[in-house]
Ligand binder design. Structure first.
Ligand code: GLV
Ligand code: MN
Ligand code: MN
Ligand code: MN
Length: 407
């Protein structure tokens, strides 16, 4: 049992502060079923057990800690424990830690929930290992085909199925879990804000109104591998050069699409990746976001056309495959208004970042609470949150749970 002098978000965050630090990239690299993820899962189990919660891992790798027996009309709260490569400390863990802290505070105050409360930690929210964001919640709601998920590979070529088996898990348990979903009466995800909106407004907390749509695509550029020293510059079919031109086309297409459009290539893989080798293939992962679903599709079409032209000019061939599409999400207005009122009339703002709450929202009344991020940086080590804002967030979440799970 972990002995805490005084329970707080900061003290709980310190318990996991050394898990999954990335000495090369800085920040944290915590990916599904790696050592850091397994250590965080063990920490979650221990923290939940300290609160007397019953912990179970569902068939899709999501952890659930129940206060009161699992049953209908449950109020769930939580987030994820995994990170992007070299991510910040708060994206994900703050929501899980705050949920545990909120339960601790309610217990200390003698509150007895009238309906079950669950603290949840979803698996692979970032999609950093197997390329599918919100993997655990997508499987839970039946939005992803388990066979397709099992066949996915990580950057080292290890399939999801292999990683799952290596962790002692049974691939047959993957897939939709309608009974669990039907037990959920509400889901509330607390998350660090991933921009500077609250800092600029001078406010510690907000609720989310919506998540903008988001597509992920794999670009493959094929050229001709050859010798760096003996191949003249004229006539080369170098896919690295072709990709460089394509990336400029990606940026220019997004700029032309208007201020809400976003396009990012943040991951590139060169084959065979040798200094004295003209590559034969380059893969790049494209992330597009825009105000509406059709805007993402239109931006993709324009990008493929412009990038295809740039790649063809280098004598190479471009192919594009969709890895995931996350349509626009509007959170439950009644729940969001109710939570905003409990929090003292905080603003409702849309977010450009994806969340498990966005997946749950199509099935369960769902809302989000954001905690101010003074740096406005996220998915990077510079992500920030002040201790006093984190404590305010947990107190707010406790108030929300008292409201939703009370008599
Ligand atoms: C996940 O955090 C995403 O928005 O990419
Ligand atoms: Mn994230
Ligand atoms: Mn997150
Ligand atoms: Mn996210």
């Amino acid at each position: 049992m972990t002995v805490r002098a005084r329970s707080s978000v900061a003290a709980r965050m310190r318990e996991i502060a050394d898990i999954g630090r990335d000495p090369v990239r800085g920040g944290y690299s915590r990916h599904l079923l790696d050592d850091a993820d397994l250590a965080l899962r063990a920490w979650f189990r221990g923290s939940a057990a300290d609160l007397g919660l019953e912990v179970e891992q569902d068939g899709n790798g999501n952890l659930w800690a129940w206060w009161g027996a699992r049953g209908p009309d449950a109020v769930a709260t939580g987030s994820h424990l995994d990170s992007v490569p070299g991510g910040g400390a708060y994206d994900g863990p703050l929501g899980v830690v705050s949920a545990l802290e909120a339960v601790a505070q309610l217990q200390a105050a003698g509150f007895r929930p009238a309906r079950p409360v669950a603290v949840v930690a979803f698996a692979e929210e970032e999609g950093s290992r197997f390329g599918l964001p919100c993997l655990g919640s997508r499987l839970l709601v039946g939005a992803s085909d388990p066979a397709a998920v099992r066949a996915r590979s990580d950057p080292d070529g290890i399939t999801f199925e292999q990683a799952w088996r290596d962790a002692g898990l049974d691939p047959a348990t993957l897939g939709a879990d309608p009974a669990r979903l039907a037990d959920l009466g509400a889901f509330v995800e607390l998350h660090v804000e991933q921009g500077r909106d609250l800092e600029d407004r001078g406010m510690p907390l907000s609720v989310a109104s919506a998540i903008i749509p988001h597509g992920r695509y794999r670009l493959t550029v094929d050229g001709e591998g050859n010798h760096a020293g003996t191949t003249p510059m004229a006539g080369r079919r170098d896919p690295v050069v072709a990709l460089a031109a394509a990336i400029l086309a990606v940026r220019d297409t997004a700029r032309a699409a208007g201020p809400a459009a976003r396009a990012t290539i943040g991951r590139i893989q060169v084959t065979p990746n040798g200094t004295n080798v003209i590559a034969s293939r380059v893969e790049a992962w494209l992330d597009i976001r825009a105000a509406e679903d059709d805007d993402v599709r239109a931006q993709l079409a324009a990008t493929i056309e412009a990038a295809g032209r740039a790649v063809a000019a280098e004598g190479c061939v471009l192919t594009v495959a969709e890895e995931s599409f996350s349509p626009i999400v509007a959170f439950d207005p009644a729940l969001t208004d109710r939570i905003a009122a409990v929090l003292g009339g905080v603003p409702a703002i849309p977010t450009g970042a994806g969340h498990d709450a966005g997946i749950l929202a199509a099935h369960v009344p769902t809302a989000m609470v954001f905690v101010r991020n003074p740096t406005g940086v996220s998915h990077a080590p510079g992500e920030g949150a002040r201790d006093e804002d984190c404590e305010a967030g947990a107190r707010a979440l406790a108030d929300v749970l008292r409201d939703l799970a009370g008599d």
